[in-house]
Design a protein around this ligand. Structure first.
Ligand SMILES: NC(=O)c1ccc[n+]([C@@H]2O[C@H](COP(=O)([O-])OP(=O)(O)OC[C@H]3O[C@@H](n4cnc5c(N)ncnc54)[C@H](O)[C@@H]3O)[C@@H](O)[C@H]2O)c1
Length: 269
């Protein structure tokens, strides 16, 4: 079991739904918490709410797509809150619409926030963890990182890439003898945070509550579990992909997965 009490966590996108729920859960474990978010005002407000609950916390406005800002921000966080032993790569965005309707800017921004920022933050914090042979990285991916989903093509591509990055990095750490640095990859379906409005989740995948998911993430970190896949239906994705394509496609239609981002069905007149 990883000891969290008294150590420092850094959460990217920490002012958002899942990020802040995770901050609260880590605070309850006795961790000091640093929040980075593009929305600096909200990051500071969230940190103030944590402090009001007795947690040592600080919030900063920071764009995690900027590698220089990440490097400089990391020095500041460690100076003020001590070495970061838990990195929660959580910041994420989704630009609605089908791929061919996406602008170049929307494509670049999703890759920058959802994937590249995870690499900049890992470069900033993992070397310190290796030196101490102690630490943990959470990579917030998605069920859309295990299975392509229409209406989130670029998002899904970034989340598949996050899983490849996380699995490879974990093996590099293992090969390099940094066995004390753990990794948890999180693959949830839809979470009730407002990131996906006008969405009808597929059958058997009810909206997840960020607070409940955050508890599962923290439990996985404590026991150094590699994957969190929620709800249970997500664990079946590899099986669905192993089926003949026509059967898999039929299942996606039957559950409504392929229509989930089209909003609720129109009301009958
Ligand atoms: N909501 C869902 O249904 C869902 C499902 C699966 C995975 N996820 C993933 O969970 C993570 C958290 O999402 P959420 O649902 O809490 O959404 P959210 O919108 O509530 O939180 C995301 C946060 O990231 C911040 N952010 C965006 N760009 C940033 C940047 N460049 N620099 C710093 N911060 C930035 C936003 O300001 C926001 O506070 C994301 O990685 C998301 O892809 C969400």
């Amino acid at each position: 079991m990883l000891e969290l009490k008294g150590k420092t966590a850094l959460i990217t996108g920490g002012a958002g739904g899942l990020g802040f729920a995770t901050a609260l859960a880590l605070g309850r474990e006795g961790m000091k918490v640093a929040l980075w978010d593009l929305n600096g005002k909200r990051a500071e407000e969230r940190a103030a709410a944590l402090r009001a609950g007795g947690v040592t916390a600080k919030g900063w406005g920071l764009d995690v797509t900027d590698p220089t800002a990440v490097r400089e921000g990391a020095i500041q966080v460690e100076r003020e809150l001590g070495p970061v032993d838990l990195l929660d790569n959580n910041a994420g965005i989704h630009a609605p619409g089908d791929f061919l309707a996406s602008t170049d800017e929307e494509i670049k921004r999703q890759v920058d926030v959802n994937l590249n920022s995870y690499m900049w933050c890992a470069k900033a914090f993992v070397p310190g963890m290796i030196a101490r042979n102690s630490g943990h990285v959470i990579m917030i991916a998605s069920a859309a990182g295990l299975l392509g989903v229409p209406g989130m093509t670029v998002y899904s591509a970034t989340k598949h890439a996050v899983i490849g990055f996380a699995e490879s990095l974990r093996m590099e750490l293992r090969r390099g003898g940094a066995a004390g640095v753990g990794m948890t990859i999180v693959c949830p379906s839809f979470i009730d945070t407002g990131m996906f409005p006008n969405t009808t989740p597929p059958l058997f995948t009810p909206w997840l509550k960020p607070e409940a998911l955050a508890e599962k993430i923290v439990a996985a970190v404590r026991s150094n579990r590699l994957y969190v896949r929620e709800p249970a239906m997500v664990k079946l994705i590899p099986l669905v992909k192993a089926l003949p394509r026509a059967v898999g496609d039929a299942l996606c239609s039957l559950t409504g997965m392929d229509r989930s981002l089209q909003g609720p069905p129109p009301k009958k007149p």
